[in-house]
Design a protein. Sequence first.
Length: 180
Amino acid sequence: SETMGIICSAMAPNTTLAILIATAACFIFIGVCGFLTSENPVYYDWINYINYFYYPLVALIAIEMDGLEFNDGDNGTIQGQDLVRDNLKNSLGIWGNVGVSIALLAALRILGYFFLLSYHNGPREKDSAQAQPGSVVARAHSHAMMLRTGTMQHLSQVDLLRTGDKNTSIQRSGDIENKV
């Protein structure tokens, strides 16, 4: 989820839009992974291949159902592993789901790194040490503060950013105010 926040904040032009995109993505991923519903329309099945909530959830359900027996009334007992295999549409075992989760996390981290790298290496002014209002350095610092703290409260005059010989601080709106 932190990696998705990094990717969304690197793609978005401001922190408000980054928060909205990350929240929408998390709602969609949680909605289709099987946590809220057991059946999804066929056209949403592809999302589970990139869903970072799906594989850990399936692994946890498989761990919980391992060794359990359920009474089916007329048919006798059903093994928990059979229920997991038949209902979750996932043929991977517990360690297979853990491995896919780790691989997906690594892939998303690398993708987030490249988004941040391309965002940071965007158009710059002649003197890259000077952070102008609304510049890439100012916005990247504002997004990093939001991700580090998890709140918007610390985006006010909390963190000083050293640029050249002037100290500047991030304002609530994400702008830079020069302090002489």
